[in-house]
Design a protein around this ligand. Structure first.
Ligand code: 3PG
Ligand code: CO
Length: 567
């Protein structure tokens, strides 16, 4: 059994209120017109940066520091929050799938054997995000999966492709669809009946998260399972090219389409006896679809027809729900997270964000586990997100509401850790709307709020103000970069121009490091950042926070970022 008792920190006291503020998509980059954070008025974050020099630093938030395959992999919220919460670096889904495909082990596993049972008489359907973003999925893995399945008896293959434009440039969907379509055409020459059967933009079809909008999943179900969609095309390439020619078209929001044969019949509805694999390795935007495919009792939308299929996920998406029950690759075993330790050591926790980021500070933070460790010790509050909008039209999102909940939790005296995610810079950054992203950064900064606690202030007194009032401690950090760089750059770091000489807006995350600031009246004056952890990353934060709660982290945690000097 695990020994949950944490050792007392030799110098730091217990019982302080610690506010843990995660600014989503807030990296550090040099000042320029495409850095929405530096363009925006951000007095809170500026004051932290320009305050005590040994209480502000940068930490790594991308690549191997967060368990991704290479240093070219940008950070993302899943791996970022996993690292923040778990305090160790785990090889993540992208890496585990690479290994399983490289060694071929994926084809020997329980999950693949299970779906293979349908190859003789049924169709193999592959559903997921088609891009090389590496956040939710990767197209090279999809191609290897198709190849491996075809070599192992799959005679009829249908791919249901969701276009990206969020982790990759908008417009890149055309090239990804072309690559896949060409590859499937090669397979057809070898006698395998393989083609793309349906599609749609990831944010509009299938890939909703945290139950923000089930209609998104329903649109996917209708196209993939029922073969019904408002648009019908003869090929997927024709589909994306045509739909992209519409004014304001956007890969993330392409409408659902199905591919039909000469007689107008959908080429790949999912029927009894088929196998389905959702090939995203990342969980948050696949859990809802997984429920629709797996659960007998299901009331989120009318599925109309529920085919008897063999269903497997690329990974198991939820360790607590054991969903899906079949999967091709075992997920990282993110155990003994800081949240679980802290509940065992008397630390009462409050966590909050709005719907679109709610699971980040709960599910991801807790190692891809839903629910509470101990409902007596924890309270998780979800502020409903606006649904059915792109967040550039509402860049302030629910930041103030989240901050108000955090403030109330801090002032209530019921909690030792108050953890929030402020979503603005990420969610608006993904829209590629630079002006709106500047507003978003200001809103997140305002929600975090400046250090001075002034009762006369007309603004809401927010998170850091509340920490001042209760004599607490704050930790302000981020999970990865996004809003600090909104343009695609060449090797020299200059904006890369497309063939028409235009800049290309970067909707995705970045490779930049993120800030981490600590402070507050509850912090002993001698606490400062150590100088001997120069390559510190997000995984070092958990041990740091455990110290701030008065404990020493377990030995196998990445080392703390702080030390206490006598002065
Ligand atoms: C998304 O799922 O919205 C993007 O692909 C990644 O964004 P996140 O990692 O910040 O959630
Ligand atoms: Co993001």
């Amino acid at each position: 059994g695990v020994s949950w008792k944490l050792a007392d920190h030799p110098k730091l006291p217990k019982g302080k209120v610690v506010a843990m503020v995660v600014l989503d998509g807030w990296g550090e980059a040099h000042d320029n017109q495409y850095n929405c954070i530096s363009v925006a008025e951000t007095p809170t974050m500026d004051s932290l940066k320009n305050g005590a020099p040994d209480r502000w630093r940068l930490v790594r938030a991308h690549g191997t520091a967060v368990g991704l395959p290479t240093e070219d992999d940008m950070g993302n919220s899943e791996v970022g929050h996993n690292a923040l919460g778990a305090g160790r670096i785990f090889a993540q889904g992208a890496k585990l799938c690479d290994l399983a495909l490289e060694t071929g082990k994926i084809f020997d596993g329980e999950g693949f054997n299970y779906i293979k049972g349908s190859f003789e008489s049924g169709t193999l359907h592959l559903i997921g995000l088609l891009s090389d973003g590496g956040v939710h999925s990767r197209i090279d893995q999809v191609l290897l999966l198709v190849k491996g399945a075809s070599e192992r008896g799959a005679k009829r293959i249908r791919v249901h492709a969701l276009t990206d434009g969020r982790d990759v440039l908008d417009g890149s969907s055309v090239a990804f669809v072309e690559t896949l379509q060409n590859y499937l055409a090669e397979l057809r020459e070898q006698g395998i009946d393989a083609q793309i059967a349906s599609g749609g933009g990831c944010m509009y079809v299938t890939m909703d998260r945290y139950e923000n909008d089930w209609d998104v999943v329903k649109r996917g179900w209708d196209a993939q399972v029922l073969g019904e969609a408002p648009y019908k095309f003869k090929s997927a390439l024709e589909a994306v090219k045509t739909l992209r020619a519409e004014p304001k078209a956007n890969d993330q929001y392409l409408p659902p389409f199905v591919i039909v044969d000469e007689s107008g019949k959908a080429v790949g509805p999912i029927v009894d006896g088929d196998a389905v694999v959702t090939f995203n390795f990342r969980a948050d935007r696949m859990v809802m679809a997984a429920k629709a495919f797996e659960y007998e009792d299901f009331d989120k939308f009318d599925r109309v027809r529920v085919p008897k299929i063999r269903y497997a996920g690329m990974l198991q998406y939820d360790g607590e729900l054991k969903l899906p029950s079949h999967y091709l690759v075992s997920p990282p075993e993110i155990d003994r997270t800081s949240g679980e330790y802290l509940t065992h050591n008397g630390v009462r926790t409050f966590a909050c964000s709005e719907t679109v980021k709610f699971g980040h500070v709960t599910f991801f933070w807790n190692g891809n586990r839903s629910g509470y460790f101990d409902s007596e010790m924890e309270e998780y509050v979800e502020v409903p997100s606006d649904s059915g909008i792109t967040f550039n039209v509402q860049p302030k999102m629910k930041a103030l509401e989240i901050a108000e909940k955090a403030r109330d939790a801090i002032l209530s005296g019921n909690f030792h850790q108050v953890r929030v995610n402020l979503p603005n810079s990420d969610m608006v950054g993904h829209t590629g709307d630079i002006a709106a992203t500047v507003v978003a950064c200001k809103a997140a900064d305002e929600a975090a709020r400046c250090l001075k606690f002034t009762l006369t202030d007309t603004m809401h007194s927010m998170i850091l103000d509340a920490i001042e009032q209760v004599g607490g401690i704050y930790v302000v950090t981020a999970d990865h970069g996004n809003a600090e760089d909104m343009v695609k750059r060449n090797k020299k770091g200059e904006p890369a121009l497309d063939k028409d000489g235009n800049i290309q807006i970067l909707t995705s995350h970045t490779l930049e490091p993120v800030p981490i600031a600590i402070g507050g009246p509850g912090l002993l004056p001698g606490v400062r950042y150590r100088k001997d952890v120069p390559n510190g990353g997000l995984a070092n934060v958990a041990a740091t926070v455990m110290n701030l709660h008065g404990f020493v982290a377990p030995d196998d945690y990445e080392t703390t970022l702080i030390e206490v000097v006598d002065n």
